[in-house]
Design a protein around this ligand. Structure first.
Ligand SMILES: [Fe+2]
Length: 258
């Protein structure tokens, strides 16, 4: 069974379209799932949600989705300095003002977690758990430097066992490791990468018997089109520069995180 996992699209329609085109070229993809943060920071929240709906791509609620959907006071994003904080608030305010009632209702209705059993629910496993950030909160930053004890605690909280896998995004930096027989997989970001590579990212996950294999794919897209879209929309200019540098803007200026 082969799945395509896409996360953190962040209203970047050109990046999403490029990733979907890449997935269509991959053989034997049984289903596509998204891991949340459909909106925020980018200029096309309604168009992004409409495309996800039209293609019937199931997925979970990112922090941006659930905070916009429930009128929360902030987006649940992390910021490390006053510039980041200002950008984060500007993006959140813009997104809340521009989502349609239909988009907002869709975001509010997304589930927190999806479980897949590729070999059917009549067998013991393996189980594939899909969340935005962690099994407990969709705002927690599960970065690669978290130790094995942290990963295994999360797996335990999610009711997982050896042979299972958990996939998540939120940090916008992909990583994968196997600990205690459990696969921990951050799928990176479609529309707002932070690892210095401005290409869109997604993951192909193959489950074959007890073997689980993940491949991170990067896709070039028309970044300049999204940068123009940001500038034309009234979103902060720095958000466009952030995409241009693959999230490494901090060395030159500063920019909102996640
Ligand atoms: Fe995100």
């Amino acid at each position: 069974m082969r799945y395509a996992l896409i996360s953190d699209i962040h209203a970047n329609q050109p990046a999403l379209e490029a990733v979907l085109a890449s997935i269509r070229r991959q053989p034997d993809v049984a289903a596509v799932y998204h891991l949340g943060d459909l909106v925020g920071y980018g200029p096309w929240p309604n168009e992004t949600v409409k495309l996800i709906q039209e293609l019937a791509i199931s997925g979970v609620a990112g922090n941006y989705d659930s905070t916009v959907g429930t009128d929360y006071k902030h987006c649940g994003c992390r910021y490390e300095d006053p510039v980041q904080e200002e950008l984060s608030h500007a993006s959140y305010s813009w997104t809340r003002r521009h989502v349609s009632p239909e988009t907002k209702a869709f975001l509010a209705g997304l589930p927190f977690r999806i479980d897949l059993l590729p070999h059917g629910g009549h067998t013991a496993g393996p189980r594939l758990v899909l969340v935005h950030a962690s099994p407990t909160l969709n705002t927690l930053y599960w970065t690669e430097d978290r130790d094995d004890a942290f990963c295994l605690k999360m797996a335990s909280l999610a009711g997982m066992k050896a042979g299972d896998a958990i996939a998540f995004g939120h940090t916008h930096i992909p990583w994968h490791r196997e600990t205690g027989g459990i696969h921990f997989l951050n799928t990176g970001s479609v529309g707002r990468p932070k690892d210095g590579d401005r290409r869109a990212g997604y993951v192909l996950l193959d489950v074959n018997g007890r073997e689980i294999r993940a491949e991170t794919i990067r896709v070039s897209y028309d970044v300049e089109r999204t940068m123009r879209g940001i500038r034309d929309s009234g979103l902060p200019e720095l958000l466009a520069d952030y995409l241009d540098t693959g999230g490494r803007l901090r060395s030159r200026n500063s920019a909102a995180s996640i």
